[in-house]
Write a protein that binds this ligand. Structure first.
Ligand SMILES: Nc1ncnc2c1ncn2[C@@H]1O[C@H](COP(=O)(O)OP(=O)(O)OP(=O)(O)O)[C@@H](O)[C@H]1O
Ligand SMILES: [Mg+2]
Length: 253
């Protein structure tokens, strides 16, 4: 894979190797007493403190409105905490200059429930678009896009439009787009929320494979069966508070 980045990455590269899936003891994400209050007075997160190590796979669970998406949006610096600190890859987000935010996001893949694909672009173009925006050369795009679409099992469907792909395939395109830069951190907000159980298993396996390359994966989900099957770290929120944080957790206590 050609590395075309010339700037210093905001996050350090993922640590490869068998430690990957277990966590390396080096923090990727730190929340220190984070509170988020939306106007006028909706407390979405209350005094949340937690650490997620590089290479971990973490499920974020909790009822609707418990603050999962708020956590994701804080990580992306789409929102600012009302109080507390968030540190990603050693960088404190509060202190990150505006000009560094695009680089932060480039180092963080995002996958959403509704795929967020461009409907008038092929699978190839949907993945290529992000690379064009960041200034990759045409030859880099021609190498990287087929490689990552091959990785997600869509090597033969690169020229199909989103509406010619199944829901699971569309989500694979969006995962390819999120992973094309091999970011150290992948955040997924209910990535299987719109998919049937069998398709969800495939998406889950793909995310798990990505995690094994060393990428830290944080996944918000309501998928009880998946969480119970995977037995990974589970952080459970309720009304903005961390109620449970278990190494090999389940959906409910
Ligand atoms: N932009 C906003 N303005 C005001 N309140 C908001 C905003 N976004 C979220 N909230 C509120 O903050 C709380 C947490 O919402 P959040 O979206 O983080 O929950 P969630 O756990 O992701 O829920 P779901 O499982 O339904 O996606 C809720 O009470 C919600 O109504
Ligand atoms: Mg949500």
């Amino acid at each position: 894979m050609t590395d075309t980045s010339v700037e210093t990455p905001v996050l350090t590269a993922p640590e490869h190797g068998e430690n990957g899936a277990r966590g390396t003891g080096t923090p990727m994400i730190v929340f220190e007493a984070v509170t988020k209050i939306y106007d006028p007075n909706i407390v979405a997160l209350r005094d949340v403190s937690l650490t997620i190590d590089k290479g971990e796979f973490v499920f974020l669970v909790g009822p609707s409105g418990s603050g999962k998406s708020t956590m994701m949006r804080l990580l992306l610096k789409e929102l600012e905490p009302t109080s507390g600190r968030i540190i990603i890859g050693g960088r404190e987000l509060n202190r990150l200059k505006r000009s560094k935010v695009p680089m932060l996001r480039r180092n963080m893949g995002c996958v959403f429930q509704d795929f967020k694909l461009l409907s008038n672009r092929t699978a190839f173009e949907n993945v290529a678009y992000a690379l064009k925006v960041q200034g990759d050369s045409r030859s880099a795009i021609r190498t990287k896009v087929p490689e990552v679409l091959g990785l997600v099992g869509l090597g033969s469907k690169m020229s199909q439009m989103p509406d010619e792909l199944s829901g699971g395939e569309q989500q694979r395109v969006s995962i390819a787009r999120a992973f094309v830069n091999h970011p150290p951190l992948l955040i997924c907000d209910e990535p299987t929320g719109n998919l049937d159980p069998d398709t969800s298993v495939g998406i889950m396996q793909l995310l798990y494979r990505i995690n094994r390359t060393g990428t830290t994966v944080v996944m918000a989900t309501h998928d009880r069966e998946m969480v119970d099957k995977m037995r990974r770290r589970v952080i459970a929120l309720d009304d903005g508070v961390v109620m449970r944080d278990e190494r090999r957790g389940s959906y409910v206590a």
